[in-house]
Design a protein around this ligand. Structure first.
Ligand code: ATP
Ligand code: MG
Length: 573
């Protein structure tokens, strides 16, 4: 098979052809038969009623990615057919998130509302052709008459109105003569169709509501199903990609196009793929909005949210999300992707990019009794063992340090290779120390360790050869900066939080311990770090400077992900 995509992507002559997903295969077939003159034109059509989430990111990567691979174009189109729900805040956040992912719609920003005039004209045309009628019944009544999968629907008593009466009523609907809900315009298709969507669907409804973009020009608004396919047609979209739940709507979209497009002429063709579901994650905007409104999370960009803005604040990079979307692939059957794959993608990316620093999340004081008081030395540390070009930095060492509380046990089990009474460990980039004494407060809590060091064992010197089993991270007490570190766990305790017992809702699956705040001590080089900067705390994970709450007075650090890679383990076993 011809494989344009692999050629274009890799550029290298010997690159192995990448296997195509089913949509790429369709696109290549269409290009080879010169369908639509070989054009590839996709669109991403969000409804501006919430922030974008990782599922949307997958759709964005697919649509913009296809255009990138096949020298096509991608439009951004806001589906703003519903005037009550849209908000400027959402429109702006959606644009910011798409740009941040690294995609560009150039000058092709559209709104479904751009087409309200044309959609209205087409509705008049349908009426004139006897293919649409005004129904005076209430919407609830109409849906009751729709029947079921096994029982045909009932025809409305208004179905056979004359064209003149329908035109008159529709014009008066448009002119604002009737209150909300008094009448609707329905397509006249087939009340006995096995496809429920073809049973005379509603295509216009009365809503005396101002619209963000069209103001008070309209008091009738088209239904999403009526606007969607025609919007694609008006924009010259070739491949209308959407998620599987719209497969059953496709005959209706095609029916609308049949009414306005000559047979054989250009028309958009819809292809459906499986939506992305992630374990331990809810993805519906309605549910995410509920978490925001009930202040269960700290806004749409809470680092525990699956939103693009939440992932960004958490420390995810655009590359990691794009790689994740590529790894997930494009399926035609619904499935749930292990959230560990997303975490794997960010680890892969940050392992190369993030410099290493030392930070102590739960500090325990450690005094080196034989180290001269007031003495300081600067030790050399490697910024990134994966990338020598990142060079080295100096870290201060002194008599009083902090180590991780969890790195000491008074009465350790056999395989504990960290610090314990009488035991030796190496302090990373520094010396080997031995624990001599454990100091406790009146309540018996360990508050300090007294150790001795061996000056001959300094890292990087000729005589540092002595081996010990454990190496610990540390910071110098008087030099360390205070930081609030935020550790995140999954927001939900169940793999599929949408599945709940009767009488419960998805919030009953919330993880009460999804956020842990710690007063940490971090190395002084972080003084110059900027909001959003990313780094690895040695042995602890990848972290970033929280852009929302970090100020001149306070350093707030988010943990993006720990170093424990459950995905690599799963995929190897
Ligand atoms: P939700 O169901 O989460 O509220 P939606 O489908 O209502 O999302 P839209 O704004 O209508 O959100 O979606 C814009 C585009 O993103 C659509 O083409 C839709 O198919 C796609 N999309 C939405 N959710 C996912 C998902 N989980 N995986 C892949 N694509 C998705
Ligand atoms: Mg939707």
């Amino acid at each position: 098979m011809k494989n344009n995509k692999a050629d274009m992507k890799d550029g290298a002559e010997n690159a192995a052809p990448k296997s195509l997903n089913f949509i790429e295969a369709i696109v290549e077939e269409d290009i080879s038969t010169n369908k639509n003159d070989g054009r590839v034109h996709t669109r991403f059509p969000p409804e501006p009623n919430g922030y974008l989430h990782i599922g949307h990111a997958k759709s964005i990567c697919l649509n913009f990615g296809l255009a990138e691979s096949y020298q096509g174009l991608t439009n951004l189109r806001f589906d703003d057919t519903n005037p009550t729900r849209e908000e400027e805040e959402y429109v702006n956040s959606i644009m910011e998130d798409i740009r941040w992912l690294g995609f560009d719609w150039e000058n092709r920003l559209f709104y479904a509302s751009d087409y309200f005039d044309q959609l209205y004209e087409w509705a008049l045309m349908l009426i004139k052709k006897g293919k649409a009628y005004i129904d005076d019944q209430a919407a609830e009544f109409i849906s009751e008459q729709k029947g079921t999968l096994t029982r045909p629907g009932q025809e409305s008593p208004f179905r056979n109105r004359s064209v003149e009466e329908n035109l008159d009523l529709f014009t008066r609907m448009k002119n604002g003569e009737f209150p909300d809900g008094a009448r609707v315009l329905r397509a006249k298709i087939d009340m006995a169709s096995p496809n429920m969507h073809l049973r005379d669907p509603i295509i216009y409804r009365i809503m005396h509501t101002s619209h963000d973009r069209t103001g008070d020009k309209w008091c009738i608004y088209p239904m999403y199903d009526y606007a969607h396919g025609q919007s694609d047609y008006l924009e010259g979209i070739t491949h209308s990609i959407c998620t599987l739940e719209f497969e059953i709507h496709r005959p209706l979209y095609d029916w609308f196009l049949d009414q306005i497009v000559e047979p054989g002429a250009y028309r958009p063709r819809q292809y459906e793929f499986a939506r992305l579901n992630l374990s331990y994650t809810v993805m519906s905007k309605r549910k995410l909005l509920e978490l925001v409104n009930e202040q269960i999370v700290d806004g749409w960009d809470d680092p525990r949210m699956p939103t693009i803005s939440g992932l960004r604040r958490r420390g995810y990079t655009p590359e990691s999300i794009r790689n994740f979307a590529e790894r997930v692939g494009v399926a035609r059957r619904d499935n749930v992707i292990d959230v560990a794959l997303l975490e794997y993608s960010i680890r892969q990316d940050l392992n190369k990019k993030a410099n290493r620093v030392m930070g102590v999340l739960k500090p325990l004081k450690l005094t080196i009794s034989n180290y001269p008081e007031g003495q300081e030395v600067e030790l050399e540390a490697t910024n990134n063992p994966e990338d020598e070009s990142q060079g080295k930095r100096k870290i201060p060492f002194s008599r009083e340090l902090y180590i991780e509380r969890d790195d000491f046990m008074e009465d350790p089990p056999k395989k504990f290779f960290r610090l314990a009474p009488g035991k030796e460990v190496r302090l990373k980039y520094a010396y080997i120390i031995q624990c001599e004494e454990v100091i406790k407060d009146a309540a018996g809590n360990i508050i300090e360790l007294k150790c001795t060091y061996d000056p001959e064992t300094r890292s990087g010197t000729a005589r540092s050869g002595k081996k010990v089993k454990g190496t610990l991270h540390w910071v110098s007490a008087s030099h360390a900066l205070d930081a609030e570190v935020r550790l995140y766990d999954r927001l939900f305790v169940n793999e599929e939080p949408d599945i709940v017992e009767e009488g419960q809702d998805f919030k009953s699956n919330l993880n009460p311990n999804s956020l842990e705040l710690l007063n940490a001590k971090v190395e002084p080089s972080l003084k110059t770090a900027r909001p959003g900067d990313q780094f690895q705390f040695e042995r602890l994970g990848y972290f970033c400077i929280d852009p929302k709450y970090t100020s001149a007075e306070k350093l707030v650090i988010n943990r993006t992900v720990s170093l424990r890679d459950s995905w690599a383990k799963i995929s190897q076993s």
